[in-house]
Design a binder for this molecule. Structure first.
Ligand code: PGA
Length: 234
């Protein structure tokens, strides 16, 4: 049986109110009614998780994720959020190692690696981002198959992220090449691509490169467009 596709929404730190967040979530959930694939994972900023966790109870087929989590379970770590806290808010996924965190917060591959291990302990599915094979090797190289099989891996070069100057989506050939190298590090993890994905290019990229799905930033805030993207790869 073909495994269902995956579409992950990374809402980033866009200026939304709780009401906006609830509306986008409801719109997406209603638009997905009756569609078994793709599986949708919505990753809002932390403050919206409590409210969306209640919305998720009405829409169990939509998964909820966070945009980061810390590597310790508890303790004096001001500002950090543990994987267990996320799990208690109905989160099943967490984005880790996004290039924006690596760049603006100095997150290293060693830190991301610790976060992956701790998220797995809390039974979350890490959605691990890497810009290239050597960064994925630093982040996940040498992990056990049991660990890597429980992760989702995203090829997301920062030059492809829509909000970066001169951004363009990676070509199918570039994605295929990266995916082939990624496979040597994480043999079975579902593979996604992220960077300037929109309704017009998603099918060509996901199907063309033989991927499980995509990680979508900016375009995921437009509920209608996001549902069109989902339908394009259903
Ligand atoms: P984008 O962002 O879809 O706006 O390019 C993707 C991401 O950074 O996750």
């Amino acid at each position: 049986m073909q495994e269902s596709k995956l579409l992950v929404a990374n809402w980033k730190m866009n200026p939304l109110s709780v009401k906006d967040a609830e509306e986008i979530f409801e719109h997406v959930a209603n638009g997905m009614e009756g569609l078994a694939s793709p599986r949708i994972v919505i990753c809002p900023p932390f403050p919206f998780l409590a409210s969306l966790s209640r919305a998720k109870e009405r829409h169990p087929l939509i998964d909820l994720g966070a945009q980061d989590s810390f590597w310790e379970d508890q303790g004096p770590y001001t500002g950090e959020v543990s994987p267990a806290m996320l799990a208690s808010l109905n989160c099943s996924h967490v984005i880790l190692g996004h290039s924006e965190r690596r760049r603006h917060l100095g997150e290293t591959s060693a830190m991301v690696r610790k976060k992956i291990i701790s998220a797995l302990k809390a039974r979350l599915t890490p959605v691990v981002c890497a810009e290239n094979p050597s960064q994925l090797e630093e982040t996940m190289g040498g992990m056990s198959k049991e660990e890597t099989d429980r992760c989702i891996v995203v090829f997301e070069p920062s030059w492809a992220i829509s909000t970066n100057e001169g951004a363009r989506e990676a070509s199918v050939e570039e994605i295929k090449r990266a995916a082939e190298s990624f496979r040597k590090i994480v043999a079975n993890a579902p593979m996604l691509y992220g960077g300037s994905i929109a309704a017009e290019n998603i099918a060509e990229i996901v199907m063309g490169a033989g991927l499980r799905g995509a990680l979508v930033g900016k375009a995921s805030l437009n509920a209608e467009e996001f549902v069109s993207m989902a339908r394009a790869i259903a």
